[in-house]
Design a protein around this ligand. Structure first.
Ligand code: MN
Length: 365
């Protein structure tokens, strides 16, 4: 029963992709991007997926062959011989099937294929994203489980935050817990760690580096957790306080909390990404913190940490049922403190967050 549902899901993804490709006169879609290969085959690793009306074929090398065969769903696996060029193998397979759409132009494989097939190849990095942004039932179920992991991790944070703990040690404990819960740790080019623990003045950097700093009596601590669960990313942030909380911190926290709540309420099918951003920004601006909200309101999330659509000023993209996006306003007062609250939410008539962990200001230590 479960297997049938999975096979149907992969068939459906294949059909959606080919439908998009046909609008560009293409009959085959190719990808060697791990996220896209995983999306269409269920295998995350080194390989090239070729998708056509006949089905999906994954070409891979002996290093990955056995693992690939065990992971794929509704997909044939062809393993090259040791020493045989994967490029040649893929080229032989695709050359007679009509015009082809590749998702990326950067890799040697694409360059070789382009040289041989010339005008019969086009490149469209958005072809997978246009299908991937609407999550299907299986994906939503995985992200729902991921949300529960995040709730458990934030509950664990409550036992870790206290004066004199170093940011790095706090992060190390959280990372260990995440891995033992079944999460993987994504690589993300612009931050060096999947978990941000930014305390005191460090919290004024939206993407603070992990430091040796020890938490102090009256600190604010921003904890941004990005983990991967069964392939899918969930991205959530909470801000905690220690000791006696200054009124300014309480005020800013309340602004961010209400902006985030209104932002989530504004996320619904048919709203534009700019509508949501405006709603959030209006609340922050009205309280006089305009120049301290220095990033967009949110972003799509899925197999990548940052996917389309981007929830930003003037954003024109229309939100659709089944998309998953973050809502994450923040206010950062340089040299003093920063506050951010972030949830990953499912776009639907009754938009809901995948995480339940409280957004009240928790004062610990
Ligand atoms: Mn985020």
């Amino acid at each position: 029963m479960v297997v049938t549902i999975l096979v149907d899901m992969f068939t459906k993804r294949r059909r959606s992709l080919l439908e998009k490709a046909r609008k560009k006169d293409c009959y085959i879609v190719c990808s060697a991007t791990p996220q896209n290969v995983f999306y269409i085959t269920g295998f995350w690793g080194d390989g090239t997926a070729v998708i056509s009306e006949d089905g999906t074929t994954l070409f891979t090398n002996p290093l990955e062959g056995e693992r690939a065969k065990r992971s794929v769903k509704d997909c044939d696996v062809i393993v090259s011989e040791i020493g045989e060029s994967l490029k040649e193998l893929v080229l032989r397979h695709v050359s007679s099937k009509g015009k082809l759409c590749f998702d990326d132009i950067q890799m040697p494989l694409q360059i070789t294929i382009k040289k041989v097939l010339k005008d019969d190849v086009i490149f469209d990095p958005d072809i997978f994203h246009s299908v991937r942004r609407i999550k299907d039932e299986g994906e939503i179920s995985v992200i729902t489980q991921a949300g529960k992991m995040i709730d458990k991790l934030f509950s664990h944070v409550l036992t870790l935050i206290r004066p004199k703990v170093r940011e790095r040690d706090l992060a190390a404990e959280l990372l260990a817990k995440a891995v033992s819960f079944g999460c993987d740790l994504p690589a993300f080019p612009s931050t060096q760690n999947p978990i941000i623990v930014a305390s005191g003045p460090n919290s004024a950097f939206p993407h603070g580096d992990l430091t040796e700093r020890k938490l102090l009596e009256d600190d604010v601590v921003v904890i941004d957790i990005v983990v991967r669960f069964k392939g899918y990313i969930i991205d959530t942030t909470r801000t905690f306080a220690l000791g006696r909380v200054q009124d300014e911190i309480k005020d800013v926290y309340e602004v961010v909390r209400s902006a985030q709540e209104e932002g989530i309420n504004a996320v619904k099918p048919g709203a534009t990404t700019g509508d949501v951003d405006k709603k959030v920004r209006e609340i922050v601006d009205a309280k006089g913190y305009k120049q301290f909200f220095i990033h967009g309101t949110g972003h799509g999330v899925g197999l990548d940490v940052h996917e389309p659509p981007s929830l930003k000023i003037g954003g024109k993209e229309v939100l659709q049922n089944g998309e998953t996006v973050t809502v994450e306003p923040g206010i950062y007062i340089p040299h003093k403190f920063g506050i951010r609250i972030e949830d990953t939410v499912l776009v639907s008539e009754r938009t809901k967050s995948f995480t339940r962990f409280t957004k009240e200001l928790l004062v610990l230590g």
